[in-house]
Design a binder for this molecule. Structure first.
Ligand SMILES: Cc1cc2nc3c(=O)[nH]c(=O)nc-3n(C[C@H](O)[C@H](O)[C@H](O)COP(=O)(O)OP(=O)(O)OC[C@H]3O[C@@H](n4cnc5c(N)ncnc54)[C@H](O)[C@@H]3O)c2cc1C
Length: 801
């Protein structure tokens, strides 16, 4: 989890490339006190490129070849934000993200890699699959394998690109097919084509390596097409201008067409457009120009490494090996830059060892004029790669370093309004005499613990300029004209109120705010009330004002975004300082009067024969507990977050449209706890179909490992209401019935005649897992009576089937 020390500065890493993975690992061992490190990555799992061909060949699993960035960050105390960067404003030091608010930084490092140049060839973007982003390529490869297997006639698969990556991939694909062919006894002879624009393969390698590679292609019956410069890709062909074989003749280019069924694009690396658009110096291809400290030549608060960067004094080929080597220097330089200390030079090696896998557990090693090949070379590569990956994926036994108290010099520098004005004598004084450690200073409680008004007004000002606050006509005094209290007109309608508060379950304040807001609003949705207004209660961790502003901005943005979607107005709130981030919302809803009654749904009123529907998957308690213990996969945590982010509003409307009058939301008491609340006081039992209950990915597997939320034990006491609990005790899904949920789905009872239709309507409107999971029936004569509880004399009963 995030460090609890006071935070003064933000370093943001963009892209989970090789350098950044190493920086995060090193940060876990040696964090800089007072500094928060954040990773923004478009993907949760980032591939280790050296092992990608091995994944395609079938020698490695997905998990073996990918770094789980979410887990790595969790271990290292680094904030993880899963988002795509679309731009950067270096003057305001702000990063623009796709579909979420901007993130501000003090220092930023960019390691977003490159993609093959697919845009420049007519039709390539439409009809070919780029080898990067690798997630997309891998998905395509899975589909391609299916096609190869189920084809009715031989297919032609072409790979365009004469480099090492292209060679390894074409060999890997051909090998994977040869294995599949053997396993399925397929009679088909699919043809693999390696498309080379010039007259040479592996231009950066020595002649012997090139010969070996071609011999390998011959042996594997891969057709190599030299001098085939692809000008156009169509749905079923590659069209090329073909050069004369020796490239010496002045003849007109001939046009040539090759019939193909699939095209993989693995040509030279191209740069994303946004760094140049941000005004950063770039080389001619658009790669960020960096000096020998890996620092942008136009902006000293920007660093860049890996494929996205070009070290102006020492340009190197685009290869993962450079990104790896730059990682430790980047780590040192980010720390040094934030502390205003001297930076370290990075000198790339002139030559480097490449080991090219040939698909069949053989490899060719190449360095300058040296080469060797064979099975043992593959084993050597396998050893190096697995060792590298182990560093970034196996860390549970090495706890990261505890954050040291804030470095006095650092806190002196960082808290002083004009850092440049601190004299060297003062710095030495700080160093030897020590500064009062800000994180240990006495901080006021009560009203003195309020967040400073400048923080609040700056954050509010920025939020309101970036996202408009939904305005309702019945808010008489609200945020627009802030006063001591909000004044609200409820007209003839009844007012529904609910409040919820919890501490941050994730390090991302924007997503946390959205989850907490949905969680709070869910009570109104479950009662079919119209969300009207909300008050937010925020507790912010101690931090420098700029950092608090950033945090509050993210939080307020998330709150307003979700309230706006619900048509609910934020009317005010309160912020205070605390050890950790927490957010509460008091929400108001309106209920119409219908003749003598108010038209709201409630937890009570189940009728015999009604069917029980659940709208979302359960298991968030287990997943979040596993995340804390570094036992959850980042992907599963992301799916869980997506699940928690989904509002119950549409589901509630659909349920109501299907005559539902009894519903509740599944939260802290877990499915069984909330079901019991609904059954209490009725003469009905519930027949619950355990196998139908939708579960979040890996929730059951983690639960079997004994992982449970801290509330589980209390919720588990409710098993006494399950008539056949013993019978299901060992079922992997069973413990999840008691798993506390954050922003869980709705549990709703509908009449049997509309249940199927309602289930379908829910699935059609964004609740694909909505399902009927039970039925109400009259309890048998021997209903257990709970004498101590006179109000609810009949004990609820559930039977699992
Ligand atoms: C098949 C193949 C095999 C290869 N084998 C080798 C090899 O054996 N050895 C070698 O040295 N090189 C190899 N390479 C080259 C290697 O892939 C690249 O040079 C290397 O991946 C570059 O590393 P990087 O750290 O710069 O970026 P990457 O590894 O590409 O990582 C970039 C990361 O940034 C993320 N990202 C991208 N854009 C954004 C955005 N806008 N916002 C947020 N996140 C973003 C991506 O999701 C990704 O996680 C191979 C390439 C291929 C295609």
């Amino acid at each position: 989890m995030q460090q609890t020390n006071t935070i003064y500065k933000d370093i943001v890493l963009i892209g989970g490339g090789h350098s950044h993975a190493l920086v995060i690992k090193m940060w876990g061992m040696r964090p800089v006190a007072g500094v928060r490190l954040t990773l923004i990555s478009a993907a949760v799992d980032t591939p280790y490129s050296g092992m990608l061909p091995g994944l395609v060949s079938g020698h490695y699993s997905f998990a073996q070849t990918h770094i789980d960035l979410a887990k790595l960050c969790m271990w290292a105390g680094v904030r993880f934000i899963c988002a795509t960067v679309r731009g950067i404003d270096t003057s305001s030091k702000s990063i623009a993200l796709l579909n979420r608010p901007d993130i501000d930084y003090d220092l930023v490092a960019i390691n977003t890699g490159s993609t093959p140049n697919i845009q420049r060839t007519v039709g390539a973007a439409q009809f070919a699959t780029g080898v990067k982003p690798i997630a997309e390529f891998y998905q395509k490869w899975q589909q391609l394998k299916e096609n190869l297997q189920h084809a009715t006639q031989p297919l032609n698969i072409a790979l365009v690109g004469a480099g090492a990556g292209g060679f390894e991939l074409i060999c890997a694909m051909q090998f994977a097919w040869s294995q599949l062919k053997e396993q399925t006894s397929s009679p088909l002879e699919h043809q693999f084509h390696w498309i080379i624009s010039g007259s040479k393969v592996l231009g950066n390698h020595n002649l012997e390596v090139q010969k070996k590679a071609l011999a390998k292609c011959r042996a594997a019956q891969i057709k190599v097409h030299f001098n085939f410069y692809v000008e156009e890709v169509t749905a079923n062909s590659l069209i090329a201008k073909s050069l004369a074989p020796d490239n010496t003749s002045n003849e007109e280019f001939k046009r040539e067409t090759l019939a193909v069924d699939e095209v993989i694009w693995c040509t030279a690396a191209s740069a994303a457009a946004w760094p140049k658009a941000a005004g950063l110096n770039t080389d001619q291809q658009g790669f960020i120009a960096v000096n020998d400290y890996l620092q942008s030549t136009s902006d000293s608060s920007v660093f860049a490494t890996g494929d996205v960067a070009c070290q102006i004094n020492h340009p190197s080929p685009k290869a993962g090996v450079f990104a790896v080597r730059q990682g430790p220097i980047l780590f040192k330089n980010l720390g040094a830059a934030i502390l205003q200390r001297p930076l370290q030079l990075y000198r790339p090696q002139k030559t480097f060892l490449s080991i090219l896998a040939t698909g069949d557990r053989h490899a060719i090693a190449s360095k300058s004029q040296f080469y060797c090949s064979g099975r043992w070379v593959w084993r050597w590569k396998d050893f190096i790669d697995l060792k590298f990956m182990a560093k970034l994926t196996e860390f549970s036994d090495q706890p990261p370093m505890q954050i040291q108290p804030v470095d006095p010099v650092l806190s002196g520098l960082l808290t002083h309004p004009k850092t440049s004005q601190i004299s060297i004598f003062k710095r030495l004084h700080y160093l030897f005499k020590g500064l009062p450690n800000v994180s240990e200073e006495m901080r006021c409680g009560g009203c003195g613990a309020k967040v400073g008004s400048s923080v609040l007004s700056a954050a509010l000002h920025k939020v309101r300029s970036d996202i408009s606050v939904h305005k309702r006509s019945d808010i008489i005094v609200g945020l627009e004209s802030p006063d001591d209290a909000a004044i609200i007109d409820t007209g003839q309608r009844a007012l529904a109120q609910s409040v919820d508060q919890f501490r941050s379950i994730i390090d991302d304040p924007y997503l946390f705010a959205r989850i907490a807001t949905n969680h709070a609003l869910s009570d109104l949705h479950a009662m079919a009330c119209e969300p009207q207004s909300a008050l937010a209660i925020v507790a912010m961790p101690h931090a420098a004002e700029t950092v608090q502003k950033r945090e509050l901005y993210q939080l307020m943005y998330g709150i307003i975004e979700e309230l706006n979607k619900a048509g609910c107005t934020l009317t005010g709130g309160h912020t205070s300082e605390a050890i950790e981030l927490s957010l509460g919302l008091a929400v108001n809803g309106l209920v119409d009067r219908q003749t003598d009654n108010y038209a709201f749904t409630s937890k009570t009123g189940i009728r015999e024969g009604q069917q029980l529907i659940i709208t979302k998957a359960i298991g968030s308690g287990v997943i979040m507990a596993a995340q804390m213990q570094l036992k959850a996969r980042g992907q599963d945590v992301q799916s869980c977050i997506e699940n928690m982010l989904q509002s119950n509003q549409t589901a509630a409307n659909i349920l109501k449209a299907h005559r539902c009058t009894t519903m509740t939301d599944v939260t802290g008491f877990g499915l069984i706890g909330h079901l019991i609340e609904m059954l209490r006081g009725t003469e009905l039992s519930c027949q619950l179909s355990l196998s139908k209950i939708p579960l979040l990915n890996s929730a059951a597997a983690l639960s079997v490992q004994g992982i449970e939320s801290s509330l589980f034990e209390k919720n588990f006491a409710a098993r006494r209401f399950i008539s056949n609990a013993e019978q299901w005790r060992d079922s992997p899904q069973y413990p999840l019935l008691f798993d506390p949920q954050t922003s869980g789905g709705l549990l709703a009872w509908v009449d049997a005649d509309v249940a199927e239709q309602c289930q379908q309507a829910l699935r059609d409107t964004g609740y694909p897992l909505a399902i009927i999971i039970g039925e109400a029936f009259i309890n048998s004569a021997d209903i257990p009576r709970d004498k101590s509880d006179l109000q609810h004399a009949i004990q609820p009963s559930i039977t699992i089937s």
